[in-house]
Design a binder for this molecule. Structure first.
Ligand code: NAD
Length: 352
């Protein structure tokens, strides 16, 4: 099978490879779709076992960004950059300036932002060489740290799913949170503020104990979070938390959290549905971060300032889309992730 016909590339518009001998930059930028606007998605710096693994990751993540941006009703397409971390190649200003030059050469068809392994300082170096970088600080258009907006969107999504599934408010509902980083810790505060009872965990025990203490919750070791007695399980760590191995241990009626790619595979979405539980698809819940980035791109385009009201309006719409996904899942007796993917594909196709 040729590369262009492979399932990995299927539906993509482009895959760009960049090399800069001086800084050691090796990077791929995948553009899944520009139908709804410039392909937008974070830049990830990761040490991959080889070039194929980096390409596969870029293609998979750029498609996911297309779907997330469409479901969040943003005038953005989907793209992703992966910078290959390599022994002997230091993370340096020169590396990110070379990355900025690569992004600039695409003439605005791709906009970069922060992702795993890339900090706002790294982005500032890249931004010296390109206009197409968002998630910056220090200007009226800048959107800053996206995590609080992500956490707010996830909290609203959990609240709606609890209301539709259990016919309750968050008050007194027990939520188990896996991962207390930028988003998870903030989510814990928001949920506790709404009266939820928390069971929390993190690889860093001290963080787990601190979050439990300030939210009146209980901290458990990482392996024990799957076996807790909670109504909601909120994955807020890495992807793949819900798998054939972990699902049988999760007693929660609702799975809803911030992590990207929570389901290990498509069969897991079906298995959640078959056992009568409800999965709030990750990208209809955790889009607050990209909504925040979109606000910056929008402000830069108009020469205006970051507009928190526009962000709040988009968060409302994302939550309304989640409501539509949950209602259709009951009506059509189909898993929520299948319906959410379908809505995204329809919106992208309509724009084409
Ligand atoms: P982060 O790196 O700040 O936090 C992740 C936390 O999870 C860390 O504290 C880590 O110790 C913990 N962790 C990792 N593996 C664990 C395990 N097995 N058990 C318990 N804890 C574990 O990341 P973040 O920015 O908070 O993002 C969390 C998730 O949400 C990621 O999947 C990310 O891709 C996704 N997400 C984040 C944003 C955002 O705005 N930051 C937006 C969309 C999606």
């Amino acid at each position: 099978m040729s590369f262009f016909e492979s399932p990995a590339f299927e539906g993509h518009e482009a895959l760009h490879a960049f090399h800069d001998a001086r800084s050691g930059l090796r990077c791929f930028i995948a553009i899944h779709s520009t139908a709804r606007g410039p392909a937008t998605g974070g830049a990830r710096l990761w040490t991959y076992p080889g070039e194929q693994a980096a390409i596969d990751d870029a293609l998979k993540l750029s498609r996911a960004m297309s779907y997330k941006n469409a479901v969040c009703d943003l005038e953005l397409g989907g793209g992703k950059a992966v910078i290959m971390g390599r022994a002997g190649v230091a993370k340096s200003p020169a590396l990110f300036e070379a990355f900025g030059a690569a992004v600039e050469s695409l003439g605005g068809s791709y906009w970069g932002a922060e992702d795993v392994g890339v900090t706002p300082e790294d982005l500032a170096h890249a931004a010296r060489r390109t206009r197409y970088m968002a998630g910056l600080t220090g200007t009226p258009a800048a959107s800053g740290d996206p995590s609080p907006v992500t956490a707010e969107g996830v909290k609203r999504g959990i609240e709606l799913t609890v209301q539709k599934t259990l016919n309750r408010s968050l008050s007194g509902v027990t939520v188990a949170i896996q991962g207390l980083g930028h988003v998870g810790a903030r989510l814990a505060d928001l949920l506790a503020g709404a009266g939820a009872k928390l069971i929390v965990t993190d690889l860093d025990e001290k963080t787990a104990r601190a979050v439990a203490a300030r939210t009146g919750g209980k901290a458990v070791p990482p392996h024990a979070i799957f076996d807790t007695d909670a109504e909601v399980f909120a994955p807020c760590a890495l992807g793949g938390a819900i798998s054939r191995e972990t699902l049988p241990r999760i007693r929660a009626r609702i799975i809803a959290g911030a992590a990207n790619n929570q389901l290990a595979d498509a069969e897991t979405g079906r298995a959640i549905f078959d056992r009568g539980a409800v999965y709030a698809p990750d990208f209809v819940l955790n889009g607050g971060g990209i909504i925040n980035i979109a606000a910056e791109i929008r402000a830069l385009a108009s020469g205006g300032a970051y507009d928190p009201d526009w962000v709040a309006m988009k968060l409302d719409r994302m939550t309304a889309t989640l409501g539509e996904v949950l209602d259709r899942s009951i009506r059509e007796r189909r898993p929520t992730d299948v319906i959410a993917n379908e809505i995204a594909r329809e919106r992208i196709a309509a724009a084409r």
